[in-house]
Design a protein around this ligand. Sequence first.
Ligand code: F6P
Length: 549
Amino acid sequence: MSDSPELTRRPEWTALEDHRRDALPQPDLRDLFAADPGRAERYVVHVGDLRIDYSKHLVTDETLALLQELAAATDVFGLRDAMFRGERINTTENRAVLHTALRAPRDAVVEVDGENVVPRVHAVLDKMTAFADRVRSGEWTGHTGKRIRNVVNIGIGGSDLGPAMAYEALRPFTDRSMTFRFVSNVDGCDLHEAVRDLDPAETLFIVASKTFTTIETITNATSARSWLLSGLGGDDAAVAKHFVALSTNAEKVAAFGIDTDNMFEFWDWVGGRYSYDSAIGLSLMIAIGPDRFREMLDGFRIVDEHFRNAPAEANAPLIMGLLGIWYGNFHDAQSHAVLPYSHYLSKFTAYLQQLDMESNGKSVDRQGRPVRWQTGPVVWGTPGTNGQHAYYQLIHQGTKLIPADLIGFARPVAELSDELKAQHDLLMANLFAQGQALAFGKTAEEVRAEGVPEEQVPHRTFKGNHPNTTILATELTPSVLGQLVALYEHKVFVQGAVWNIDSFDQWGVELGKVLAKRVEPALTEGADVPGLDPSTAALVAAYRNLREV
Ligand code: F6P
């Protein structure tokens, strides 16, 4: 198979290479701002409640225009429209990509193979609403008649990260009288810690799995059922009151022993990493209530509509996607940091890792030819203030270019005490200070002017020019969370479209799954597994020996 030729030979691509070499060989943000102070206002885009400032990027009007030309030449908006129309743009799996239909209004029409899927989406939302209300009100009781006070979501990947992230993000909106836990790891410690202090009679398990074949989830769900039954006297009938399923696979759900009346459905046109606004969000809906959940869907929709209708030069996901391409493909940046200045967004970057890296971690194009350009970046980060005392050193003074998104909110969370609310200005001062320090650094002259001894000057100089985006919103509400997630979903889409890769499959996770199944009998039974490489065979032998000691 020959290499995929198109992208890097396009005149729009080579124009960007020329521009990088000739116009911005050593871009300096101090100079760029001095030459064009208006960029502070001009390079800001508003979408919904989000104010996105991209003025601290290594770009000029010309760079942005050239990037827009690349987007036009690669027909990003054409693919976008095909996605919204329900075409099968996930070509390797021959599936439509319609997470946007999950937040479409009741009267919208989105067709897949001639069928309007919106009524089905709302039927499931209504079923979720009725169930969530019953659990929240205490009407849905466990097998012994006790009220449900604990909800344990069992899932992995997209069936865990989304609801777990959003539960954390929206904690102030959750029912604090209930306990919510999220179990994903096949390491038995995860389930053990999640249930060890819970009363089975008050515990509801939500088994979340699109395929209902994922070994981690089915293993944990099986163990959870044993835990439940042993705590409730072994009556199998208890399962019906303590287990519900979120899946596309009714057959497997029934085979597991969960009544399909207690199954909340979604469809193959919802990718796992794009699914927490589907039935996969049931645990979140129970936590925050159906009304808040719908507010979150409204937030997603605001950004969907923006992505669909805003002109290219004011289209936030397009701009963010193109800036990522500018660094990854024309500055050789390898990673992208997402740094929320909000404790409640502590799981946001982990969520984005799957969204971005499972979508765009690809090395062949849509036609199956090896690509000759970089695709998705390594996405990483933790809440900003903590990061400042850990890895920011490397961003500021290391040798790598790491574009970053700083995310913050104007208002602290309502339920904080006045004293804790007062800390919010300090939190945000850190965000603004970091954005400034990353972009503009500190020159040797400035360091000298402080009387620093000459031999120390190089150590205390910050070269700056670390590009960063500041995303500011009033408050972290359900709607704003939906807006943020949709913003990144569509940013990832834009990049995949330009790179001509299928952002919606994930074949790269299959090999490990297959090999784990093959290796397991060697561990459990000492079975001779044909085809084990010598290193792995030695590791398996060492493991078995150590286990016996
Ligand atoms: O990691 C691969 C993957 O297929 C993800 O895409 C998905 O989110 C996760 O496994 C869980 O899959 P399922 O929901 O089918 O259990």
